[in-house]
Ligand binder design. Structure first.
Ligand SMILES: [Ca+2]
Ligand SMILES: [Ca+2]
Ligand SMILES: [Ca+2]
Length: 228
């Protein structure tokens, strides 16, 4: 083994050891590290770039980000990607040059994506509790890498209202739903994820029951109630 190979082996060993042992910083959340799923056997791979596990995010329950990287192994067509998106509430909604609708429910630009929080409001207009698919609230959607026939899409949401509460622990859950209607496109995210396994909560287990095309990422973090 030459020096370069040895260094690579050591680095790889350190990465593996890190993945198993050291990704769980001491925090108020306890338990195992964030569930990253298994990226190796699915046609879509989800990474949550923000928030990180244990973060205390935002201002008065708003002003936090959800920032995603979604890699579709078979490219943009199977992603159901329908265009670049720069959108938001009120005057920002569905206007040139990168129109996209803005509401709760499945995203018009990336229609297989499901984004949930465990504390999503059930009383705000358009929101129906933790099963509410928040994907169509994302503001900025673009294509970052198309090498080797795949498509990596970055997708970002600046949360403008305390839709998941404040001064509260929550869990973000992100996945891409499977091709449920068999049209060859991952375009089947529901507006509201049902309690499919009937255990009284809506979480990753219900997504597993519905069927997913990706890993399911869960990130426990806290929504700050502090002002600016
Ligand atoms: Ca949209
Ligand atoms: Ca489909
Ligand atoms: Ca359930």
């Amino acid at each position: 083994m030459n020096t370069t190979t040895t260094r690579l082996a050591i680095a790889a060993g350190a990465l593996v050891a890190g993945a198993i042992v050291s990704t769980a910083p001491a925090s108020a959340f306890g338990g195992p590290p964030a569930d990253r799923g298994n990226p190796n056997d699915a046609p879509v791979h989800v990474d949550v770039l923000a928030p990180s596990r244990g973060d205390v995010a935002g201002i008065d329950g708003a002003g936090w980000f959800v920032d995603l990287s979604l890699e579709y192994r078979d490219g943009l067509t199977t992603a159901g990607f329908s265009g670049l998106q720069l959108t938001g509430p009120a005057a920002h909604n569905d206007i040139a040059p990168f129109p996209g609708t803005f509401s709760t429910g499945a995203d018009d630009r990336l229609p297989g994506l499901v984004v949930l929080t465990s504390t999503t409001s059930s009383t705000r207009p358009g929101f129906s509790g933790p099963g509410t698919n928040l994907a169509n609230l994302f503001n900025l959607t673009g294509v970052t890498d198309r090498s080797e026939g795949a498509a990596e899409i970055w997708d970002t949401w600046l949360v403008g209202a305390p839709i998941a509460g404040e001064d509260v622990d929550t869990v973000l859950t992100v996945a891409v739903v499977d091709d449920l209607d068999g049209n060859g496109v991952f375009d089947d995210a529901p507006a509201v994820v049902p309690d499919a396994n009937g255990d009284g909560v809506v979480d990753k287990h219900d997504l597993q029951q519905i069927g997913v095309a990706s890993n399911i990422v869960t990130v426990p973090f806290r929504l700050s109630g502090d002002g600016a």
